[in-house]
Design a protein around this ligand. Structure first.
Ligand SMILES: Nc1ncnc2c1ncn2[C@@H]1O[C@H](COP(=O)(O)OP(=O)(O)OP(=O)(O)O)[C@@H](O)[C@H]1O
Length: 304
């Protein structure tokens, strides 16, 4: 069975003057949470709108569940829950009315899951749709999309307008969806939330994917970095002379040490001979990793 659920090949939509998306190759596997991160105007929404079949690509294609996004959009929608980046509600009075109409449209008759999401996001759907705050509108859109319990979720910056607590509640929802084996493609410009829930992430800049990473690799690095503070400067000097590890002297009593996971036992054995006042592992965050890729790309190609 083909394990790839969402796939774009050479996907291009050229709006001119360097705007749009260019030659995007993306594969999202069944059960995977795939993050799509980029700054404002980098091409996230254009990519998602192509995937959903709302825009015809100039070149390349997008396929969901084996169906072409442009020609089979209606069939694709049967298995996809979609949260748009810009929410436009129909002319109905309250959130409840809207959610009821959405339930009818999706054929939802058991409201247990819908009520679960409403509870998790602490949404009061009885409010007037037009007077809802940005966050309430976003929550209503999330409930409306997810109540159908589809196996694929395509979410365009779903946490826009949510406060940090609600963002965390939403991420819990994503974890629940992943537990069910659902496949999730989610755009964002917030590194922390991508890092918290995604299995893989692609970064888009000026319409080009500049890096795709597995979060597993980030969470299980093969190289470890430590800052070690010694009680005495002479011990630090003695340790710094040890050639087995990559050691930088950062300040008086302190060294930065880089070693492979296989060298960890050796490192700690050596450290037993020293008086250590502090030892701290340095994690490279997703943001730092991508900032590095971002800068490298700028150096190679100039700031396109
Ligand atoms: N219909 C259009 N006509 C012309 N240019 C467009 C059109 N839609 C998008 N663009 C341009 O394409 C680029 C990518 O826009 P897109 O909305 O996909 O970015 P985004 O990453 O979703 O941004 P944001 O995070 O601000 O929502 C931008 O330069 C935008 O101005």
């Amino acid at each position: 069975m083909n394990d790839v659920v969402i796939e774009t090949k050479g996907l291009t939509k050229d709006y001119g003057k360097g705007r749009g998306i260019f030659d995007l190759d993306i594969s999202v596997h069944r059960g995977e949470v795939f993050g799509f991160i980029g700054t404002n105007g980098s091409g996230k929404t254009t990519t998602i709108r192509n995937m959903m079949g709302f825009i015809r690509p100039d070149r390349g294609n997008s396929v969901i569940n084996g169906l072409d996004s442009w020609t089979r959009s209606a069939d694709i929608m049967k298995n996809v829950s979609y949260v748009p980046g810009e929410i436009a509600f129909p002319a109905l009075k309250t959130g409840t009315e809207f959610l009821k109409s959405q339930a009818r449209y999706l054929g939802v008759t058991d409201f247990k899951y819908m009520n679960h999401i409403i509870g998790l996001l602490q949404l009061d759907p009885t409010a007037n749709l037009k007077r809802m705050s940005k966050g309430m509108k976003q929550k209503t859109a999330i409930v409306a999309a997810l109540m159908g319990e589809k196996e694929i979720l395509v979410l365009d910056e779903p946490t826009t307008g949510l406060d940090p607590l609600m963002r965390e509640a939403f991420l819990e929802l994503i974890r629940e969806e992943k537990q069910k084996g659902h496949t999730i493609f989610m755009s964002s410009h917030i590194f922390e939330e991508i890092e918290a829930v995604c299995d893989r992430v692609a970064m888009i800049k000026n319409g080009h994917i500049i890096n795709t990473s597995s979060l597993y690799d980030l969470r299980h690095p093969t190289t470890k970095n430590f800052i070690i503070e010694f009680e005495h400067i002479r011990q630090q000097r003695q340790f710094a002379e040890n050639a087995s590890f990559s050691i930088d002297v950062t300040k008086e009593n302190t060294c930065r040490v880089q070693c492979s996971v296989e060298q960890l036992d050796d490192l700690f054995n050596v450290l037993k001979n020293y008086s250590i006042s502090n030892l701290q592992e340095i994690h490279l965050s997703l943001q730092q990793q991508f900032m590095r890729a971002y800068k490298e790309e700028m150096t190679q190609n100039g700031n396109k």
